[in-house]
Design a protein around this ligand. Structure first.
Ligand code: 3PG
Length: 408
C-alpha cells in the first residue's frame, strides 16, 4: 500500500493519573431500536471499560455523542449510564447537561475513583460542526470545560474522522493521550499497513452514503482499492446509477449521490462490482431474483447466491481484504445469508483481513470467526477513511500532542 502512516502517540502509560481530573472522549454511539428507543447493541459501551479501568485512581469525566441531531438514533446518554453501571457493577454518575453550570458543578464535586458521564455532547451546538484545531480550542465547550481538567484522553476511534471540539479542541490546550482503544487500533493498523499487499479488495455496505462516496474515491486514488464490491444501501445507489434499479430509492439527496456514483463508475469502469441477484421479502418469505426482475416497491434485503459466489472469487484472489457494513438486513435470520457468507469468505481467504463496524463485529462473534481475522474494529467510517491514507483529525491531534507535551 502507498502512503503508509506510521503513527506515534502518547498513551495512558506516559502519565501519572492518580488524583487527576481527566476528560475521556469515547464513542458510545450505539444502535437504538426504533420501536423501543432502547440501546440494541452495547459493544461500544463494553469497549470503553478497559480505559476506565486504567483510570481507576482519577476523577473521570466521560463525553460521547449518540446519533445525529434530527435522526432516530439521537437520544440522551442516560441509557448509556445505566448500561455502563450494569456492566461495571459500580456507580456511574450522570448529569443531564454538557457544558452548563450543572455539568461544571458535577465535575468539580467528583472524588478520586469516581466516573461521571455527561449528556450527549451534540446537545451543545458547537459539537455539530467541524473546526480547525485552533478554532475548536476557542469554542465555548473547550474554553469552559478545559479549565476543570488536567488531561484529555482520546479514545473515540469510530469518530476520529470528525474534527469536532471534543475530538480536536481539548488536545490543543491540555496534555493529551490515546486511550486503550485508540492505542490498540493505531498499533494494529500500523502493523497491518506494513504487510498489506495488492490486490486490495474493499467490500462496502452501510448507509452513510456521502461519507462512503468520498472514501471510495480516495481509496481508489490512493491505490488502496483494486476492486470495490458493493452491498447494502451504497450498492443500491450504484445499481441505480447503472440504471439496473428503475425506481427511486427514497433516500436523502438521491439525485446528487446517484450522479456521483455514476461519475465514479465512468472514471473507474473496472473497479466496481455490484450485486447480480438479491433477496426481497414477499409476505414474510425470502424470495431471490435477478436485480432486473425486481418490481416497483420491492426492497432489497440481502444478496443472492450468485452475487456471493462472484464476490467470494474476488475475495479469494485478494492480498488485502477490508469489509465494512452488513450486506443486508442481517438482524433478520432470513436475510443474514449474504453477510454471513461474505464474512466466511473473508475469514477463509489467505489475505490480510480487516473487519469494520458494529454489525459485522457482532456477526463475526456469532459465527465464531473473529480469531481468523487480522484486525476487527467497531469503527466504521473512520476506519474506511484511515485506510485511504488520509490523516484523521483525532490522530493528528494526538501526534501534535506528542510534540507539545515532550517539548515542555
Ligand atoms: C460512527 O458511528 O460512525 C461514529 O460514531 C461517528 O458518527 P457520525 O457519523 O454521526 O459522526
Amino acid at each position: 500500500m502507498h502512503n503508509r502512516q506510521v503513527v506515534k502517540v502518547l498513551t495512558l502509560d506516559d502519565f501519572d493519573l492518580k488524583g487527576k481530573t481527566v476528560f475521556l472522549r469515547v464513542d458510545m454511539n450505539c444502535p437504538i431500536d426504533p420501536q423501543t428507543r432502547e440501546i440494541s447493541g452495547t459493544k461500544r459501551i463494553e469497549e470503553a471499560i478497559e480505559t476506565l479501568q486504567s483510570l481507576k485512581e482519577s476523577k473521570v469525566v466521560i463525553g460521547s455523542h449518540q446519533g445525529r441531531v434530527g435522526n432516530s438514533e439521537y437520544t440522551g446518554m442516560d441509557k448509556h449510564a445505566k448500561v455502563l453501571e450494569k456492566l461495571m457493577g459500580r456507580e456511574i454518575k450522570y448529569v443531564e447537561d454538557t457544558i452548563g453550570e450543572a455539568a461544571q458543578d458535577a465535575i468539580k464535586n467528583l472524588k478520586d475513583g469516581e466516573i461521571l458521564l455527561l449528556d450527549n455532547l451534540r446537545l451543545c451546538a458547537e459539537e455539530n460542526y467541524e473546526f480547525t484545531p485552533e478554532n475548536a480550542a476557542k469554542t465555548i465547550m473547550v474554553s469552559r470545560l478545559s479549565k476543570l481538567f488536567d488531561l484529555c484522553v482520546l479514545d473515540s476511534f469510530p469518530s476520529a474522522h470528525r474534527s469536532h471540539p471534543s475530538i480536536v479542541g481539548f488536545a490543543q490546550v491540555l496534555p493529551a493521550c490515546a486511550g486503550r482503544i485508540v492505542e490498540r487500533e493505531v498499533r494494529n493498523l500500523n502493523e497491518i499497513m506494513t504487510v498489506a499487499k495488492a490486490p486490495h479488495v474493499i467490500i462496502l455496505g452501510g448507509s452513510k452514503i456521502p461519507d462512503r462516496l468520498e472514501a471510495i474515491k480516495l481509496l481508489i486514488q490512493n491505490g488502496r482499492a483494486d476492486h470495490v464490491l458493493l452491498t447494502g444501501l451504497i450498492g443500491n445507489v450504484f445499481m441505480r446509477a447503472q440504471a439496473r434499479i428503475k425506481s427511486p430509492l427514497g433516500i436523502k439527496r438521491e439525485d446528487e449521490v446517484v450522479a456521483k456514483a455514476h461519475s465514479l463508475i465512468g472514471e473507474y469502469p473496472d473497479v466496481f462490482a455490484t450485486p447480480v441477484d438479491i433477496a426481497i421479502d414477499r409476505e414474510g418469505q425470502r424470495v431471490e431474483m435477478d436485480v432486473r426482475e425486481m418490481g416497483k416497491g420491492d426492497k432489497i434485503l440481502d444478496l443472492g447466491p450468485k452475487t456471493v459466489e462472484y464476490y467470494s472469487k474476488l475475495i479469494a484472489g485478494a492480498g488485502t481484504v477490508f469489509i465494512s457494513g452488513p450486506a443486508g438486513f442481517f438482524e433478520k435470520e432470513n436475510f443474514s445469508y449474504g453477510t454471513k457468507a461474505l464474512l466466511n469468505a473473508v475469514a477463509n481467504s489467505m489475505a490480510t483481513t480487516i473487519v469494520s463496524g458494529g454489525h459485522l463485529t457482532t456477526a463475526l462473534k456469532q459465527q465464531g470467526l473473529a480469531d481468523k481475522i487480522n484486525h476487527v474494529s467497531t469503527a466504521g467510517g473512520a476506519l474506511v477513511l484511515y485506510l485511504t491514507g488520509e490523516k484523521l483529525p483525532m490522530i493528528k491531534a494526538l501526534e501534535d500532542a506528542v510534540i507539545k507535551y515532550k517539548s515542555k
